[in-house]
Design a protein around this ligand. Structure first.
Ligand code: APR
Length: 314
């Protein structure tokens, strides 16, 4: 029987939480963690492996000594990157993380050439695009974590306002995974009830705003970004891929004409199955949403253009 193996490159807060979540669910047979910082992957792998003693299925969790040990994976999750610090400009950060991505992706191509890649590193949509350019793989195999997280954050805000419907709130967030993300309240349902039957325009406007700033709110309290929700959202995507469950989740994927755009990675609803993002679902966008989507795309293009002007792709 085929053993299900997941590689996680970058065993920081998000990568390790994804591994923990996967091991608690018993989704795969094997998880291998790699991190450039010495000891990090080893320490976390041991800790998570010990926790899995009480999980429903046993999962083998190991640390890779070097990138070659992350081999023959069905899925590789990439969270490697550095956070923005002190004097760093947005451009500096972009260049640093893009270079990290380049070296990581070279290894993935070498050692897990059949994998589906889930990109988590920020700026998410630009990094997802970088992976497309580096690999040249079919686009279905490169998926950026966006709507699975932002949608959960939106559902949380709606539940907080309503006080009921937990686990029943269907949300949709498209666009970039950053300041111009587009939560779509008009598409939300609680149970089977359209949310506009339950909340008024002002309440929904506040929910949209809180969804957009949901990540920053956690930073305000913790001094670091969240990792439980991102980690669980990654695991949710991995489960969908490994189980070929064909669920619909908004994710950052390469557009080739869909929504009127080409050669850009941005969040749109997709169907997740064993081959990755198997199909992009084109929903009807009203004029206002189209304008917001354009702003999202332009922001991502700006990032890509910074890389181009630094000869990154040459
Ligand atoms: N190869 C492997 N690991 C690397 C590399 C590399 N070339 N470069 C950096 N790393 C590792 C770091 O050592 C660190 O352990 O990536 C890890 C990142 O983890 P954290 O700094 O804890 O960041 P985290 O909160 O997990 O976020 C990871 O996800 O949501 C995004 O913006 C976030 O890009 C960030 C990523």
């Amino acid at each position: 029987m085929h053993r299900r193996k997941v590689g996680i490159i970058g065993a920081g807060a998000v990568g390790a939480t994804a591994a923990y979540s996967l091991s608690m669910m018993g989704t795969c047979n094997e998880i291998v963690l790699f991190d450039i910082a010495e000891g990090v992957a080893k320490g976390k792998a041991i800790d998570i492996a010990q926790s899995s003693h009480y999980a429903p299925n046993s999962t083998i969790i190991t640390a890779a000594e070097n990138p070659a040990d992350v081999n023959e994976c069905d899925i590789v999750v990439i969270t490697a990157g550095v956070p923005r610090k002190g004097e760093m400009t947005r451009e500096d950060l972009l260049m640093i993380n893009a270079k990290i991505m380049k070296s990581v992706v070279e290894d993935v191509m070498k050692y897990s050439p059949e994998a589906v890649i889930i990109c988590v590193s920020n700026p998410l949509d630009v990094m997802t695009y970088v992976i497309h350019k580096m690999t040249g793989w079919e686009r279905s195999r490169i998926i950026g974590l966006a709507g699975a997280l932002d949608g959960a954050r939106m559902a949380y805000q709606i539940y907080n306002r309503l006080g009921y419907g937990a686990g029943q709130i269907g949300t949709l967030v498209i666009g970039d995974h950053g300041q111009n993300m587009i939560p779509l309240p008009q598409k939300v349902q609680v149970g089977d009830v359209p949310v506009d039957e339950l909340l008024n325009r002002e309440e929904m406007a506040e929910i949209v705003e809180r969804t957009r700033t949901g990540g920053a709110e956690i930073v305000k309290y913790l001094g670091t970004s969240g990792y439980y929700a991102p980690g669980r959202a990654i695991a949710y995507m991995v489960e969908a891929l490994l189980n070929d469950s064909k669920i619909v989740v908004s994710s950052s994927v390469l557009l080739q004409g869909e929504y009127g755009y080409n050669d850009i990675s941005v969040g749109v609803p997709v169907i997740l199955g064993k081959n990755g993002a198997e199909k992009i679902i084109e929903i009807e966008l009203d004029e206002e949403t189209q304008a917001k989507f354009k702003i999202s795309v332009e922001g991502i293009r700006e990032g890509i253009n910074i890389l181009k002007s630094n000869q990154f792709f040459e």
